[in-house]
Design a protein around this ligand. Structure first.
Ligand code: CU
Length: 263
């Protein structure tokens, strides 16, 4: 009784709205400065998700406002709406389009994560210990050189952080590196990062872990390899016994590499 919907017009408005929202949203530097090889990939992934979300948002809003304007009841009209039974074409469309969007988003995220977690045979392993409300670190070489509240890493080298929580769940996050990883009591989790910019950053605990959570920070220094080695050389503390036993007891229960298939 209403005639054909102006589908082409609605689609054009949706595309125009998607373009405008996307252009504005991707200008904003949501994640701040990047300082690892993961940063451009994650920032690009975020931009793709922004465009997809803008499309879904625009489609819903355009249809909503069209329906509000077109099918508004006249004043005094108390009659029931038309008894509509269903529309197979419409139902196929609203199943298929979201399915394609979600599969694409999932597949693309998978690809990015797989690239970020690709292991470099020449990596450096650093142990991370988290406890209420402090971070400490152990470096390979002379009997686990140990530092508290300050992490040093060489620039341009892949670091595999092996993480151990001593009490509750904490989470390792250096915003400029983009990578976040939970530290879970009883297991060893791994974060893979290749810092590519020298500088001083902040390690932030990003899992609410108690009253002191907001203060649970550590200084992160990314420096040339020579300087890093000298710094480690100068450390005179050995890994304390409670940390040593945690390293020995905890099992590695990380998910297998994405590329390697199931476990
Ligand atoms: Cu915390």
């Amino acid at each position: 009784m209403y005639g054909r919907l102006p589908i082409v017009k609605m689609l054009l408005v949706t595309i125009a709205s998607t373009a405008i929202i996307s252009v504005v949203m991707v200008q904003i530097n949501w994640n701040g400065q990047g300082a690892s090889t993961a940063a451009p990939k994650i920032d690009h992934l975020l931009n793709v998700m922004i465009v997809l979300s803008s499309f879904v948002f625009s489609l819903v809003v355009v249809m909503l406002f069209y329906a509000l304007w077109k099918f508004k009841a006249k004043p005094g009209d108390e009659s029931d709406g038309e008894p509509i039974h269903g529309n197979t074409r419409l139902e196929i469309a609203w199943t298929l389009i979201p399915t394609i969007i979600v599969l694409f988003a999932g597949g693309y995220s998978w690809k990015v994560l797989d690239e970020l977690e690709a292991k470099d045979p020449h990596h450096l392993t650093v142990s991370v210990f988290s406890q209420q409300y402090a971070w400490s670190f152990a470096y390979p070489g002379k009997e686990y050189a140990y530092s508290q509240g300050e992490l040093h890493v060489p620039v341009g080298e892949q670091i595999q952080f092996k993480m151990h929580a001593l009490d509750v769940i904490h989470s390792f996050w250096v915003p400029e590196w983009r990578i976040k990883k939970d530290n879970v009591p009883g297991i060893t989790t791994t974060a893979i990062v290749t810092p590519d910019k020298e500088g001083t950053y902040q390690l932030v605990c990003t899992e609410l872990c108690g009253f002191g959570h907001a203060t649970m920070r550590a200084k992160v220094v990314v420096e040339p390899k020579g300087k890093f080695e000298k710094w480690v050389e100068g450390l005179d503390q050995k890994l304390p016994e409670p940390m040593m036993s945690v390293v020995e007891e905890q099992s590695e229960t990380n998910a297998p590499d994405l590329g390697a298939g199931g476990a």
